[in-house]
Ligand binder design. Structure first.
Ligand code: ADP
Ligand code: MG
Length: 247
């Protein structure tokens, strides 16, 4: 596919313009970062795996009526998407306590939460992606109160679909991060990616608290076998998608 001008290079993807100003091509890299890019490395084949998993999951959500930026997976590492203006928020949904939630609240890792927790973090690496309050969100004019409640509603719906889908892959969806954007009409679309980089995924078939980890925590915590964990997720996701298509 002929690529247009490079518009932006992030930590995991490069965004290219296309002949159509309403569409971008995102290229998924193998680069891996953690702890606000203080830890850097690369995971072999990650770009291809994450592009494939994200494409499959975004298409699945699209079929459920969730409006997403996904148009087509053009190659192993390239996804054609609708161009949006990204809302500078990381919308995090948590089902089980892990990561910064444990650090900041003292909840033990692995504790099931009484309800899915939706959190908004400012997407700003220089500030370390701080957790926002609803009032701070409004104060910063990042989203209107109506948009905020819409984002929360969408995030919870997506969580329900993804919990169910991952469960059918024998994977527990612990938590995940979403990004949303506005298209030219001002419609909110689910954008970016849904992958082992952006989700915590635990293998249901594995009790050991390290062996069960199938996501970027393997890289963050130097648990090894990072690529094979990502591959395992890809394999289960694609197998399950095939089954759904044949039913
Ligand atoms: P980051 O380093 O911020 O995590 P990534 O490398 O993951 O960035 O992605 C590159 C950029 O592409 C990010 O700023 C992301 O928000 C943006 N992006 C994702 N989907 C779209 C889209 N449909 N339109 C415009 N920008 C997008
Ligand atoms: Mg990213």
């Amino acid at each position: 596919m002929s690529t247009g001008k490079k518009l932006y290079e992030g930590k995991a993807k490069i965004v290219y313009a296309t002949e159509n100003d309403r569409e971008y091509l995102t290229y998924f890299k193998d680069d891996a970062t953690a702890f606000n890019a203080q830890k850097k490395g690369s995971i072999e084949n990650k770009g291809s795996i994450n592009c494939t998993i994200s494409s499959a999951l975004l298409e699945l959500l699209g079929n459920k009526g969730i409006k997403t930026h996904f148009l087509d997976q053009k190659s192993e590492r390239e996804m054609l998407v609708k161009a949006v203006e990204i809302i500078p928020l990381e919308v995090v949904v948590r089902n089980i306590a892990a990561g910064s939630l444990c650090k900041q609240t003292g909840l033990p890792e692995g504790q099931k939460l009484a309800f899915p927790l939706v959190e908004f973090y400012l997407k700003n690496d220089d500030l370390g992606d701080p957790l926002l309050t609803i009032d701070r969100l409004t104060l910063l004019n990042i989203a209107t109160p109506e948009q905020i409640s819409l984002l929360k509603e969408k995030a919870l719906k997506i969580n329900q679909y993804l919990i169910e889908f991952f469960a059918s892959c024998d994977i527990t969806l612990v938590d995940f991060k979403l990004e949303f954007g506005l298209d030219q009409e001002g419609t909110i679309l689910l954008a970016d990616e849904i992958s082992p980089d952006t989700c915590r995924l635990w293998d249901v078939l594995e009790q050991d608290t390290e062996k069960r980890v199938l996501d970027k925590d393997r890289f963050r915590r130097d648990l090894g076998k990072v690529e094979s964990a990502y591959q395992q997720v890809q394999k289960r996701v694609l197998t399950q998608i095939e089954k759904l298509k044949n039913n």
